[in-house]
Design a protein around this ligand. Structure first.
Ligand code: HEM
Length: 199
């Protein structure tokens, strides 16, 4: 018999889901094509910058679980969460957990630095949105290094991000990837302390 306490709740709104999968696609498109297809690389990069800008706004005015106030916590909360994770005693979060929240901020920050240094680099050749500014006087060497470093750093963090998604999915026997597609999570309203907070 089905557990009557289990209920499907809407966690990720359509804009968060479109944002996420478009971000993953355009980031890797820009990363893979690199200088070989500079036109594709540049437009994929602009798309990433627009997606991140949207997410920054949505973090303040979006649906309850999409708001920064729902998942940005203190370092202490992240530390507590991670130490409890090792002994398998963490509280279940309907939205992003504290470690996931920190990872999202780190990813968005790294993406902002990557996309802006990319645009500044393009400006040194007189192209792009900053092409006509003082940036066209700069030498490209250091900018190129920073741009490359943060693109690779983002990939490194995506690997940690995916590991976190796998660990969390296994720990709570839930399919987080499916939730990021459907927007829904199956929640036990009896055991979930904050289940009714944002429903
Ligand atoms: C196949 C690759 C990927 C998979 C399967 C995946 C999966 C997920 C899942 C399941 C979540 C929700 C986590 C939760 O429930 O707390 C999430 C969130 C997120 N992921 Fe990914 N991810 C992928 C690639 C990426 C990439 C490449 C980036 C960035 C470059 C990224 C950035 C993010 C961000 C920013 C969020 C927060 C979503 C939001 O609240 O707007 N992901 N991802």
């Amino acid at each position: 018999m089905e557990n009557p306490n289990l209920t499907n709740i809407k966690v990720w709104d359509p804009l968060v889901r479109i944002f996420h999968w478009s971000l993953a696609f355009f980031f890797f498109l820009a990363y893979i094509v690199e200088d070989d297809l500079i036109g594709v690389h540049t437009y994929a990069g602009y798309t990433v910058a627009l997606l991140v800008s949207f997410r920054l706004i949505w973090g303040f005015i979006g649906t309850p679980y999409a708001r920064f106030s729902d998942f940005v916590t203190s370092f202490k909360a992240v530390k507590t969460y991670l130490s409890q994770l090792f002994v398998g005693k963490t509280k279940h979060y309907i939205g992003h957990n504290p470690a996931g929240g920190l990872m999202i901020i780190a990813l968005l920050t790294s993406l902002i630095i990557t996309t802006f240094t990319g645009m500044f680099l393009f400006a040194t050749e007189g192209h792009g949105p900053f092409g006509g500014t003082f940036l066209s006087q700069l030498s490209e060497g250091p900018l190129e290094d920073i741009h490359e470093f943060f693109a690779n750093f983002t990939v490194f963090m995506v690997v940690i991000h995916l590991s976190g998604v796998i660990v969390s999915s296994l720990l709570y026997k839930e399919n987080l990837v499916k939730s990021m597609v459907t927007g829904k999570k199956l929640i036990n309203v009896k055991t979930e302390e904050n289940a009714d907070e944002n429903i």
